[in-house]
Design a protein around this ligand. Structure first.
Ligand code: BG6
Length: 467
């Protein structure tokens, strides 16, 4: 709702857009409008809600009481929507802002009432995460959706793809010529993708304890970041071409057996997690995870992709670090020491402050060839005025216009689960040693740094490089 309101204020909503709430509590349009004004004011990153823009927005808002469990209530909803459309052809978007167990009954009822048929304009459905809890549930949900909707009507939302700085990875790679020649195994040693959060699970313990970091962050957000970092240039910028290239990345990820999976990752749990409401006693759920994936294709063979995410970490930062190889010859080593100078890096900071930093060595003025790592920096806030749109804003507009480029396709979601499922199984296997604890404010358990060191690498444990 804050995203829609921001679009309203930016004049970006199509003129005759209507927003219809559907839920059990009986209430009038006006009561719902008033409660939305209140929650929008509290949750919108848009300053005070002003009367004039709210009045224009509120005029678009309607409410229809109904119960997802009562199929006949969908007939009422359909009639209400038809009334608002006043006989004209219209685009309808059904947005499932519900708990995931309601997805299937909603889809069934929409189908039973002919509400997916496109005789009077496009009909689209938006599905939030979690999209299933493993490969088989994701397949079942896809099959159910496809029994009523065509794939091109289904929009599986992952808000990471709506972030400006994530979309900018595509611009960085495919609107420039200077990065692409080095974007491969010849120049890149490894890639690190980190989504660190300071927050703990808070009141989401009951959900989180069944999901853990793998299902909550890896299957969706982290793999999406990996795909846009690793994909080939699409032949054109449309939903089919972009998603074909993304899926090819997932297809090239080396499958691992159970023993390999255990060695290809580290898990941890912040101290105090077991006292959070909703968490099962003695829970072994990971609130931190790091995994190593190998992409078996010409571009990336031998370049590990390290994915890591955790709650209660030292700061909030999402960054992709492209770690380059060392120069083939060290001209400026002191004495005969083997050199272990920090390699060049490209740090793409997704949030909190958005931008890019290139790290390279420079001669320190003065005697000798003393070197220091310095950087070139691009910062969104310095370069562009005004607020950046929240991730949901471009995504909602894309649904309205039918552009699915930034939404997950059915095969993409299933492939993602295929990659993450073995880690979930291994991390929950009874053969696993008890999970490592870490203190809030650490970068995960000590084992994580040791695991990297054993591979001759180090995490880039840096709180946002840009502020
Ligand atoms: C959600 C997860 O999908 O993404 C949350 O369920 C997580 O656990 C959130 O906190 C992170 O999103 P963002 O945009 O704040 O990085």
């Amino acid at each position: 709702m804050p995203a829609l309101y921001n679009l309203e204020r930016a004049g970006a909503l199509p003129a005759d857009t209507r927003i219809v709430g559907f839920s059990r509590t009986p209430m009038s349009d006006d009561v719902w409008r008033a409660s939305l004004r209140d929650t929008t004011a509290r949750h919108c990153d848009c300053g005070p809600v002003d009367d004039a823009s709210w009045a224009a927005f509120a005029a678009r808002i309607h409410y229809q009481a109904g119960d997802i469990g009562k199929p006949e209530d969908f007939a009422k909803l359909d009639r209400r929507l038809a009334e608002l459309e006043a006989g004209a052809a219209a685009t309808r978007v059904y947005y499932l802002a519900t708990a995931p167990q309601f997805y299937e009954p909603i889809v069934t009822s929409l189908g039973a009432h002919g509400m997916a048929a496109e005789a009077h304009g496009p009909r689209r459905i938006v599905v939030e995460k979690p999209f299933g809890t493993d490969l088989s549930t994701a397949r079942a949900l896809n099959a159910h959706l496809h029994s009523v909707f065509h794939e091109n009507q289904v929009f599986r939302i992952d808000h990471y793809l709506g972030k400006e700085s994530v979309q900018n990875i595509l611009a960085l790679r495919f609107a420039n010529t200077i990065f692409e020649p080095v974007w491969n195994r010849r120049y890149i040693d490894h890639v690190q993708i980190t989504v660190a959060e300071e927050v703990k699970v808070g009141r989401r313990g009951a959900y989180y304890d069944t999901a853990g970091v793998l299902r909550d962050m890896f299957q969706n957000h982290l793999l999406q970041l990996l795909m846009v970092t690793a994909m080939e240039a699409p032949v054109r910028f449309d939903a089919t071409a972009v998603r074909n290239e993304k899926v090819k990345v997932l297809e090239a990820i080396r499958p691992l057996d159970l023993a390999e999976v255990a060695a290809a990752g580290v898990r941890g749990q912040y101290r105090g997690y077991l006292d959070d409401p909703g968490v099962a006693p003695g829970s072994q759920t990971a609130t931190f995870g790091a995994v190593r994936l190998e992409i078996d294709n010409w571009r990336w063979q031998g370049v590990p992709f390290y994915l890591r995410s955790g709650k209660a970490m030292s700061c909030r930062t999402t960054q992709i670090v492209i770690g380059f190889r060392q120069p083939p010859l060290e001209l400026f080593a002191e004495g005969r020491r083997t050199f272990h100078r920090e390699p060049n890096r490209l740090v793409i900071q997704i949030q909190p402050a958005e931008g890019i930093q290139l790290h390279f060595h420079t001669k320190v003025p003065g005697e000798g060839m003393r070197l220091r790592l310095t950087d070139l920096e691009f910062s969104y806030s310095r370069e562009f005025q005004g607020r950046l749109p929240e991730a949901y804003e471009p995504l909602l507009l894309d649904v309205l216009t039918g552009d699915a480029s930034l939404f997950a396709r059915s095969d993409e979601v299933e492939k993602s689960w295929e990659i993450i499922d073995p880690f979930v199984r291994a991390w929950h296997s009874v053969d696993m040693p008890p999970i490592d604890a870490y203190e809030s404010g650490d970068w995960g358990p000590l084992a994580s740094a040791e695991w990297m060191a054993a591979q001759g690498r180090a995490w880039f444990d840096m709180c946002p490089v840009l502020t």
